[in-house]
Design a protein around this ligand. Sequence first.
Ligand code: SF4
Length: 399
Amino acid sequence: MLLAFHKPWGVVSQFTPDGSPNRTLAEFGFPAGVYPIGRLDADSEGLLLLSDEPALNQKLLHPRHGHRRVYWVQVERIPTPAALRQLERGVVLGGHATLPCRAWRLEPPPSLPPREPPIRFRKSVPDCWIALELVEGKNRQVRRMTAAVGHPTLRLVRARIGGFGLEDLAPGRWKALSTAEYAAVLANPGDTHQPSLEIFAALQRAYPDAHCELNHRNPLELLVATILSAQCNDKQVNLVTPALFHRYRTAADYAGADLEELEALIQRLGLYRNKAKALQACGRKLAERHGGAVPRSMAELIELDGVGRKTANVVLGNAFGLNVGIVVDTHVARLSARLGLTRQTTPEKIEQDLMQLVPPSQWTLLSHWLIWHGRRRCFARSPDCAGCELGQLCPRVGV
Ligand code: SF4
């Protein structure tokens, strides 16, 4: 029997009191005979497994097995890419070097219920969420790691063990895992024997030159082209952008554009009236807030008109080489499902699953591989499975 429990803050990972005012597992009505697999400190929250199978303890927790756990960590200040790389390479804690891990920014922050009691913010200090994927869990390791690189932990949530995530399990609730969920716990998404890695290797072989197919010469042009690409294919966008980019060269040009003239230049695209308004408003914000430059952060980009997380990921990854997330468009969503890379259906959750599968340095490339394969082979209506480069690697889910 394997149970998943969303441990709230202030609960110790044991059934008997430890002498502190903290609550214990005894009050949550677990079946007799189960015990927690590993610990989650009283001031940490998230996924705690309980089982009556002693062998699971070793299998899931010993670093020798390299079984991965993902923690979401709210930290003080915004870590630089260098600080994240330092976490990945390992930091020295009390004479012990931590094992290599993965670390990345979570933008937007994970959707979690507020903590009870609330965390203590310092109003003058910004904060953000990062994810850490580890294969070891020494005493208060995550908190000590973030502190070691200058980012004290404010809130800590264990989000995933193996391939099983906390998902919508509410704090204080538990459930018995199905056979498939049990298998997901035992799966190890970063394992080099995972089929997903073979799939990505095959895609890389098939599309060694995969790149963004929207024509552009600078970040502003890419931003404009990506806004125009909503519900249109890239070829259609590439037909209108030469004249558009010739007429409008700066953010101020878009801000001051005559709406009718702008509409006329893009009228062969669907939703052209809305897109023209978005370009004009986007140009205004770029001119007013960013001196006409395209900003380099997710938070600033999604404030612009016509820009959502997908567009921001396109711009960050392709104009600036910043791997903040993974572009999930219709191709990426469709292929991720068919290839068995996720069972999620919303772009945000698909993106989170994909981010577990490859290192951050490959996030932009991964979306290119999937988009190229979706355009050239794995079509929405009639996928060309007979000629597919992925052959037997693909489980063809739903095909
Ligand atoms: S085998 Fe078929 S379903 Fe799978 S990726 Fe190839 S074309 Fe798509």
